[in-house]
Design a protein around this ligand. Structure first.
Ligand code: ADP
Length: 257
């Protein structure tokens, strides 16, 4: 609480009373803390790949390049870390754009079935490589939205389903109408998420298992982007999960018409 007091004087220096102004600044403090945490997180996340790229390239320049196997393995790390940096910058710019107060999606009648099929085409090679079966059950549904943004939403969910599932499991995507909404459901048979973690999933850079997620190439920003995009579409997002059984993300979007 921020408190200010000031005396109120009347004529001839007569003391009339005191005005006290009390400001509840706890919400401001909380927002300020979130902002500080975010800046600290961004710095850390950017520094990690840069440190690695610097270290490995300097070692190569110091002479390690003469040994071909070392050269190849270091170059591979440098290339992987630069890709990571690129992805991180892309996600950060994206998030800052869609978090901006004036951000609006270019909503139009969009063929949600086609959106999911395009996202599925993009993720398919990764699924095949990991021997994960991708099952689509899609009804024709027109939603009100921006197809490019909706592809981003579905891609993020599919990429997570792929990352957090073991081989020989199934990822299922369903699309159907329910009352006046479109329902999109992405269900995996992966590692699942503890109930106590679910509330924090959509925070920027939040990861249930930092090391695992980073190794898998995630930026920790995917679900924040999903949440903001779904909200910009006036939609809703729900997560159901059980550790060791799997996770289901459900998105509700307004229908076109
Ligand atoms: P990341 O890039 O780390 O995947 P996200 O914002 O997409 O970041 O997800 C945040 C965290 O939520 C992940 O690090 C992971 O711990 C958890 N998570 C997301 N999707 C799933 C899923 N389908 N199954 C299990 N855990 C998940």
């Amino acid at each position: 609480l921020d408190v200010y007091g000031a005396p109120v004087m009347g004529e001839h220096e007569r003391w009339l009373g005191v005005v006290i102004v009390a400001h509840d600044i706890s919400e401001l403090k909380r927002l300020e803390q979130i902002r500080k945490d975010f800046v600290a997180n961004v710095s850390h996340e950017l520094r990690t790949p840069v440190t690695s790229i610097k270290g490995f390239s300097e070692t190569l320049l110091d002479g390690a390049y003469e040994d071909t196997p070392t050269l190849l393995s270091f170059l591979e790390i440098i290339s992987k870390e630069s890709n990571r940096l690129e992805l991180l910058i892309k996600d950060l710019l994206e998030l800052s754009k869609i978090e901006h107060a004036g951000f609006q999606v270019n909503a139009q009648p969009a063929d949600m079935k086609a959106v999911i099929e395009r996202a599925a085409d993009m993720i398919y090679p990764g699924m095949e490589e990991k021997s994960i079966f991708l099952k689509l059950q899609l009804e024709p549904v027109m939603v009100l939205g921006d197809p490019d943004r909706l592809i981003q939403v579905v891609m993020n969910l599919l990429a997570n389903a792929l990352t957090y599932s073991a081989s020989e499991t199934t990822v299922e995507v369903r699309l159907y109408k329910e009352k006046d909404e479109a329902v999109i459901r992405v269900k995996d048979e992966g590692i699942g998420i503890e109930a106590s973690e679910i509330n924090r999933l959509f925070e920027r850079f939040y990861r249930v298992d930092r090391a695992r997620s980073r190794n898998s190439g995630g930026t920790g920003l995917g679900l924040s982007i999903v949440k903001h995009l779904v909200e910009a579409h006036h939609g809703k997002l729900k997560v159901d999960s059980e550790v060791g059984v799997g996770t289901t993300f459900t998105i509700y979007l307004p229908l076109a018409s």
